[in-house]
Write a protein that binds this ligand. Structure first.
Ligand SMILES: [Zn+2]
Length: 125
């Protein structure tokens, strides 16, 4: 697989740092979970990035297991009152969800770029 001459960052580096998949110099996101329009450094247009529901599905499955396991451990280890569960998991769950969604969204977008994933076609246009 030939690489673009501006490819200067590994997939793992771009995913973990949420950086441009081509040059790695600028952030991939312009907000918390919104992709930027393009890379100001290498001019890569991000319009082709489409992660769909993938990050949300993985986040729901991973976070569901982690939070449920944590809540069960917390309950049986400390036997806290219910309000402590509500406060703890009410704060921890959204923070973990945002962090995990950023990582997964960045991961799928970078892998889409690195593997040149696109819709299948029967013939070249
Ligand atoms: Zn770039």
């Amino acid at each position: 697989m030939s690489q673009h001459p501006h490819d200067q960052i590994s997939a793992v580096g771009a995913i973990v740092g949420a950086r441009c998949p081509r040059c790695g110099k600028t952030p991939l996101f312009k907000g918390l979970l919104t992709f930027a329009d393009s890379c100001p450094s290498c001019k890569l247009d991000y319009k082709f990035l489409d992660t769909g529901d993938g990050p949300a599905v993985f986040a729901i499955m991973i976070l569901g297991a982690v939070v449920l396991g944590g809540a069960l451990w917390f309950e049986f280890r400390f036997n806290p009152p219910v309000w402590q569960h509500v406060v703890l998991w009410g704060v921890v769950t959204p923070l973990l969800a945002i962090a995990l969604l950023r990582l997964l969204k960045s991961g799928l977008a970078v892998l889409q770029y690195k593997n040149r994933a696109e819709e299948g076609r029967l013939a070249k246009d």
